[in-house]
Design a protein around this ligand. Structure first.
Ligand code: ADP
Ligand code: MG
Length: 581
């Protein structure tokens, strides 16, 4: 894991080396400062040699200016390394996510993936930059100060460093507790927020069931847990800071006491004692950095392991190496003994056989959950079939490049997804090469031009998040315009008019018929009118395709499923639908 992590440094190794060397130099400079003090106190003060003292001060100024530059480089370019690595990783995971199949998105929540991309990568970036730097700086500072102090007086250095391991142990231990406590706080605040969001967005339901009390109780529980978790974190934080200072003060006192004794015995100079005290003051920094490092390492590494886990997921459906492009598709479709399951266990579809001639329309009817949508989703290879074969124009779809396959299939569904942007952007999504005339033409055919014209800015009108500023019927018409622009030889219409009111439905039905003209069409219908005109009707139940034929044939079957469906489900709309045609 660490090896894989460090491989991301490769591309930015120059910057990384620069960052680390500057961090080295910077800690080195910090380490020499007490030596200057010692020299001042021991040599130049007693001699009253002010020229040399002034020179010393001058050198210090130069060194600190140098340190200023070093710190700037470490701070800026060090972060740049982290930011660039993070950018590389974000790009890698985003393009990987684009490749993953429907199955992956069935099993993973978008919110989870979002937090992977945002939080995990942020933590990884922090570790990438601060990790090595914090570690190197603290190790150099501790070892360096020990060596210098030992050079002045080994005995006193040993006394001073006696307590240091204890202090490091203590701070790492409490640091770990704080890390866990803060992690808990983040979880608790997320819970509270989700309770609030849930309650407020469902406020109408809450009120109509008069469940305010229940909601309040749920909230109080979450809110209290959040409070407790914060108090616990603060307790540990207070212990940490107070404890760190207690240790430093202890070390200070011990050093001062022992130092005074050594001076008394003539084994130490005053300047040396002063230098020692300066070093003791400096201990705080490397220890804080070690604690930081420990925390960043855990956070960054657990983020990184989730990151690599996602990258390790192979797209379920990919092009074969010798996959072909399909030009000039006629639109003949054949399902041959197709079986499919979502979970590799229970078959949703079993031995399905369908044949559709180019330009013909097949309608699927049957109870909800029978597998109508599933059958249609297999054609663009959104899911991989378990056995059997599907052909387009006689070519197995597994032999066709995914892009080429999907470019030849248009899908209009019940749920329309529109992107943030203008009306124009959303229609253009069907074919980015389309001209303005073609866009208007597509909108006209989709019966959308008129309402678009009437909008504030016409085609340039922003449709709001996911199209909130449009009615259901308008959204559907945009999606149909999109499909006109795409102009595929094969079309899938999956209950495209189900959620619409009667008025919109009539308009949209008309444009869908226009869209289907001359294309091979698989239509999942809940309307008699659509079904009646289909070249073949397939009746799908849990048992598979139980009846097939034209409306007139199926309606005659005694005890037929279609006949029953016709009498019950379609009956209520008989008058309305028949008046349509
Ligand atoms: P229909 O369109 O006829 O209403 P579907 O094709 O949507 O039926 O669903 C057929 C069966 O497959 C149902 O039992 C449904 O629960 C299941 N199913 C549909 N989509 C998924 C999915 N993405 N993952 C797992 N099971 C699914
Ligand atoms: Mg369906």
């Amino acid at each position: 894991m660490l090896k894989k992590f460090s491989s991301y440094y490769k591309k930015h190794w120059k910057l990384f080396v620069l960052d680390i060397s500057c961090a080295f130099l910077m800690s080195g400079l910090d380490l020499v400062f007490p030596i200057f003090i010692q020299k001042l106190v021991d040599t130049y003060f007693p001699d009253r040699n002010f020229t040399i003292a002034a020179r010393l001060v001058f050198i210090l100024i130069v060194l600190y200016l140098f340190r200023f530059i070093l710190q700037y480089i470490v701070h800026f370019w060090g972060h740049v390394v982290g930011i660039r690595m993070e950018t590389d990783m974000r790009e890698e995971i985003f393009s990987h996510l684009q490749k993953l199949s429907f199955k992956f998105y069935d099993d993973n929540k978008v919110a989870y993936l979002m937090s992977r991309i945002v939080n995990d990568l942020n933590n990884i970036s922090e570790l990438a930059h601060h990790g090595p730097e914090d570690f190197f700086i603290s190790v150099i500072m501790i070892i360096g100060s020990f060596l210098i102090m030992a050079g002045m007086s080994l005995k006193l250095a040993l006394v001073t460093f006696m307590l240091l391991p204890l202090m490091i142990f203590f701070s790492l231990k409490l640091g770990q507790k704080m890390y866990i406590a803060f992690k808990d706080i983040r979880e608790k605040v997320a819970e509270v927020n989700s309770i609030i969001e849930d309650s407020l967005s469902g406020i109408r339901v809450v009120k109509s069931f008069t469940n305010e009390g229940f909601e309040k109780k749920k909230f109080d529980e979450g809110n209290n847990q959040f409070r407790r978790s914060r108090e616990y974190a603060m307790k540990n934080m207070a212990r940490f800071h107070a404890g760190m200072n207690l240790f430093i003060n202890l070390i200070r006192v011990v050093t001062l006491g022992a130092g005074t004794y050594f001076i008394y015995r003539g084994e130490l100079s005053t300047g040396q004692l002063v230098a020692f005290l300066f070093y003791v003051n400096m201990f705080m920094q490397p220890i804080r950095r070690l604690v930081n490092f420990n925390e960043q390492l855990q956070r960054g590494m657990s983020g990184f392991s989730r990151f690599t886990n996602i990258l390790a997921i192979k797209p379920q459906i990919e092009d074969k190496s010798d996959a072909i492009e399909m030009d000039d598709v006629k639109g003949k479709i054949k399902y041959q003994n197709v079986s499919f399951s979502y979970d590799n266990k229970s078959h949703v579809l079993k031995n399905i056989n369908i044949e559709v001639e180019p330009g013909r329309t097949v309608a699927f009817v049957g109870p909800s959950g029978a597998g109508k949508t599933t059958i249609c989703n297999l054609l663009p290879r959104f899911y991989e079939i378990d056995s059997g074969k599907i052909f387009i124009d006689g070519v197995d779809i597994k032999d066709i490049k995914l892009n080429s396959l999907r470019n030849n299939i248009g899908i209009v569904q019940q749920d329309v997804f529109l992107f943030n942007g203008t009306v124009r952007d959303n229609i253009l999504y069907g074919n980015f090469k389309a001209t303005d005339e073609e866009i208007v033409e597509a909108a006209r055919k989709a019966n959308a031009h008129q309402f678009i014209k009437n909008m504030e800015n016409g085609y340039e009108t922003e449709i709001g998040e996911r199209g909130v500023k449009l009615s259901g019927g308008q959204k559907q018409r945009l999606s149909i315009a999109r499909s006109f622009l795409k102009n595929p030889p094969i079309l899938i219409l999956d209950e495209a008019t189900s959620s619409l009111d009667n008025q919109s439905e009539k308009i949209i039905q008309a444009s869908l018929e226009e869209l289907a003209r001359g294309r091979t069409t698989l239509v999942i219908a809940h309307r008699l009118s659509t079904v009646k005109n289909a070249d073949e009707i397939l009746v799908l139940t849990d048992e598979g395709i139980v009846e097939r034929g034209r409306h007139e044939e199926l309606i005659k079957k005694e005890n037929g499923v279609y006949k029953k469906l016709y009498q019950t489900e379609f009956n209520t709309e008989l008058t309305a639908a028949d008046s349509l045609f």
